[in-house]
Design a protein around this ligand. Structure first.
Ligand code: V47
Length: 380
């Protein structure tokens, strides 16, 4: 049964239709609303205003250079201790081979994220970028979460700014959105209290934006988080975006419990997945793109999410480990034809993009970067 005050939802609808910003309380009312069609209709309106009828994907590959990690986040099934038989560190030959394979498959982006290995120097992480670019000079390197950047600053005894500058000098193109989890201290302290704080996560992205980099942002939902925590998270991201304008895409990450220390929890439901996508689109009026990450959502839900506020479905994603270690049942890879078919079926126009949302055009002689794709975020 509907718990939320119908008058409040009517007022929210008017705000959405006239392009006004939703408040924290509006966000909580949306969380209480069980009318998925209402949420979807509102989110679709905003999505169409910002992104027209386009839906984006890219040709990308993942690289997780090591799974050895000093932190023990409760939700993580990927990490390993140094003496764990599963522990690994990729060497130069392996990284170069991955870059070569990715290049041959036409990838425009390599997404790098890994464990925080206390025995490796900062130079290893910058070398990983250099090895890839030596094999595939045109590859966009979207690498290292804010949590990793803070860790590098500690081990290299440098400031966050200096670390980002060193990464850029090695060829870094942008930052991925991982490590944000849930900013609210009630949840953050419970599930990943040891790692980079909320303020540090935001500071790393603020610094990256000040240095001219674009970045993404995420929220890990569907575990012990409550509506208040999720809306708080979205509002904090919106505030930083007001300040810097550096976020391109928000990715709600559906929690996968298998093999983690929270494996007693159920997976988020399809209802919650679509609702979270829709509310994210409605609250984050200043972030151009909302990604339905098919690896986590499952292909079917990701496709439906394109009608609930999402305008991006991520990419071909080869070699993903973090969610597959946590029980994701999605395939390791999707081909461009399937991504395009899924998008077309929803009535949207598929556009291949690069990491920074330039249109990509493919010909017999490879790919070319075209114009930057225009978006129209709501002005406030
Ligand atoms: O920060 C870890 C999440 C994130 C689990 O920027 C888990 O385009 C669910 O941020 N169940 C890293 N989630 C990956 C990430 C990402 C993914 C796709 C695209 C982009 C982008 C960024 O993965 C971590 C954490 O929040 N994660 N374990 C799990 N068991």
């Amino acid at each position: 049964m509907e718990k939320v005050d119908g008058g409040h939802l009517k007022a929210i609808e008017e705000k959405v239709r006239s392009g006004q910003r939703l408040s924290f309380e509006d966000g909580l009312a949306l969380e209480e609303c069980r009318d998925l069609f209402f949420l979807g209709e509102m989110a679709d309106l905003v999505r169409t205003r910002i992104n027209g009828n386009f839906a984006y994907y890219n040709v990308n590959t993942h690289l997780n250079p090591t799974n050895v990690c000093v932190y023990k986040c409760d939700f993580c099934a990927f990490r390993a201790d140094l003496d764990d038989p599963r522990a690994y560190v990729m060497n130069e030959v392996q990284v170069r081979q991955r870059a070569k394979d990715a290049h041959e498959k036409g990838a425009t982006e390599m997404h790098i994220v890994g464990g925080l290995h206390h025995k490796l120097p900062f130079g290893y992480y910058t070398d990983v970028i250099r090895w890839i670019l030596a094999e595939a000079p045109e590859m966009h390197i979207k690498a290292y979460t804010a949590v990793e950047v803070e860790f590098f600053a500690k081990i290299a005894r440098k400031s966050i700014r200096e670390v980002i500058e060193d990464l850029v000098a090695s060829g870094l193109g942008s930052l991925p959105g991982g490590g944000a989890e849930i900013f609210h201290p009630e949840v953050r302290e419970a599930i990943c209290g040891a790692k980079a704080s909320t303020d540090t996560w935001l500071e790393v992205h603020r610094t990256a934006h000040q240095l001219g980099l674009k970045s993404n942002c995420t929220m890990l939902y569907g575990h012990i988080d409550k509506p208040l925590h999720r809306i708080d998270h979205l509002v904090r991201l919106r505030e930083l975006q007001d300040e810097t304008g550096g976020f391109q895409t928000f990715i709600p990450l559906a929690f996968h419990p298998d093999n983690s220390r929270m494996d007693e929890l159920p997976k988020p439901s399809g209802f919650m997945d679509l609702k979270t996508i829709a509310i994210s689109r409605l609250m984050l009026d200043n972030i151009p793109h909302i990604k339905a990450y098919w690896v986590m959502l499952g292909i079917k839900t990701a496709q439906v999410a394109l009608a609930f506020g999402a305008d991006d479905i991520d990419g071909t994603v080869v070699h993903e480990k973090i969610y597959h270690d946590a029980g994701a049942e999605t395939p390791q890879e999707m081909c461009v034809a399937d991504l395009e078919r899924l998008i077309r079926e929803t009535g949207r126009i598929p556009i291949e993009r690069d990491t920074l949302y330039h249109r990509i055009e493919r010909g017999i002689d490879g790919w070319k970067q075209r114009e930057k794709i225009e978006t129209h975020p709501v002005s406030v």
